[in-house]
Design a protein around this ligand. Structure first.
Ligand code: DP6
Length: 398
């Protein structure tokens, strides 16, 4: 047996096209409605986590993006305890295993995208932690119900492509799980442009935001009645690769989420003037095109996730660069933006809209991507002594 046993995994970010907003059980993280998301490609956005156990570790420890974190979070503790419990249940009568389950745990996690971008990372982070721990302890089967209890949306990051989180019916949450609708290869020409808005404001976290909505918003109660139909329509749009319908439902869902937020008392507002400008611009593009060429979706922050078909990326990115000019040489990131010089955009159609320099920090071009995976040892974030490879000096025990 080696001194330190460890596993390193990568896990994707997901963006919901049918939004999860509101819980029926706060502790078990059971949602009021089912939701659907698109898993994003990990070359552009991913969480990476190394988990390690050793008889020599003195205490459980965790580092996130180079900084040591408290492990006191109730959700974190509950996720760790559950993986160990499942492991015990499935592999009874094994003394060696029980000994290992007692060993202290070191967790080191980092994202490949700037934390300052304000892109939700808890879903990818919890999915990665649960996935890595399941590999470390050899737990197989459905782990989405454990990830769900770290952060609801995390359960959807355990699958690639297009994912449904079934709200489930049972009080213990056993049937509140994620499942794949279709893999990322199903719709190969779908693209996502993430517009990272220049904004310093601290926003109400989604946990608190949705809790207040459940307590105060009548609109949320009405919304819950209509989501099942939308889930079905969205599933069909994905299966048929019907971009026009997919785009329409995506935008209506985003709008309804933010309407619920405004109906919350006191209101919660995540969208800024720039977000609203993006919404107007997208509708202007679609109107000019005669059908939906682009769709927006906003979560609990001002950043826009735009869905586009690959063939339309050149024109959409050209329009975006016209309205949100930037001198940053790294303004366009991620997948290469195809150059299409012969295309002329008639900006008179958009005469109502102002050009806003520096409205965006940068744009990330990405596509749907696969589920989490185990990485090679070269990707490990913890050194052979079980402490972080980078920025480790402050954190090491003597
Ligand atoms: C707006 O999963 O972050 O992104 O379960 O309390 O951790 P908790 O909330 P979280 O909520 C995500 C809300 C959303 C919509 C979505 O992803 O479906």
């Amino acid at each position: 047996m080696t001194e330190v046993e460890h596993v390193t995994c990568d896990s994707p970010v997901n963006i919901a096209v049918i939004k999860y907003w509101g819980k029926r059980d706060e502790k078990l993280i059971l949602p009021l409605n089912s939701s659907i998301s698109v898993t994003l490609n990990q070359d552009e956005l991913r969480a990476r986590t190394t988990v390690a156990i050793s008889r020599h570790f003195k205490e459980d420890k965790m580092w996130l993006n180079g900084r040591e974190q408290s492990m006191k979070s109730e959700r974190l503790q509950s996720v760790i305890a559950q993986i160990k419990r499942i492991c015990r249940k499935r592999k009874m009568d094994c003394d060696q295993l029980e000994e290992k389950l007692q060993w202290k745990l070191h967790i080191c996690s980092e994202n490949n995208f700037p934390t300052a971008a304000g892109l939700a990372s808890s879903a990818a982070g919890y999915a990665c932690l649960v996935y890595a721990m399941s590999k470390l302890y050899g737990v197989d089967g459905d782990i989405s119900k454990i990830a769900r209890q770290g952060s609801g949306s995390a359960c959807r990051s355990l699958y690639g492509g297009f994912v449904l989180w079934n709200k489930g019916e049972s009080v213990d949450g056993e049937d509140s799980r994620a499942e794949q609708i279709a893999p990322e290869t199903h719709w190969p020409d779908l693209r996502i442009l993430i517009l990272v808005v220049s904004d310093q404001t601290k926003h109400t976290g989604s946990t608190v935001g949705m809790q207040t909505s459940v307590e105060t918003s009548e609109l949320l109660q009405q919304r819950i009645q209509t989501v099942p139909d939308r889930v079905e329509q969205m599933k069909q749009a994905i299966l048929k690769k019907d971009f026009h319908t997919f785009a329409e439902i995506t935008m209506k869902e985003s709008n309804q989420l933010h309407a619920v937020c405004l109906d919350t008392y006191p209101p919660v507002s995540y969208l800024t003037d720039i977000s609203h400008h993006i919404i107007q611009l997208v509708h202007a593009i679609n109107q000019d095109n005669g059908s939906n060429m682009v769709a927006y979706s906003f979560d609990a922050g001002p950043n826009a996730f735009l869905f586009v078909q690959e063939k339309d990326v050149p024109i959409v990115s050209r329009v975006l660069c016209h309205f949100y000019p930037s001198s940053d040489p790294h303004f366009l990131r991620g997948l290469p933006m195809p150059e299409k010089t012969d295309y002329q955009v008639d900006y008179t159609t958009f005469s109502e809209l102002k050009v806003i320099p520096k409205a965006l920090k940068f744009i990330i071009h990405t596509k749907p991507g696969p589920e989490p995976s185990v990485k090679e040892s070269c990707c490990e974030l913890l050194a052979s002594d079980g402490f972080p490879k980078v920025n480790s000096n402050d954190d090491k025990q003597s």
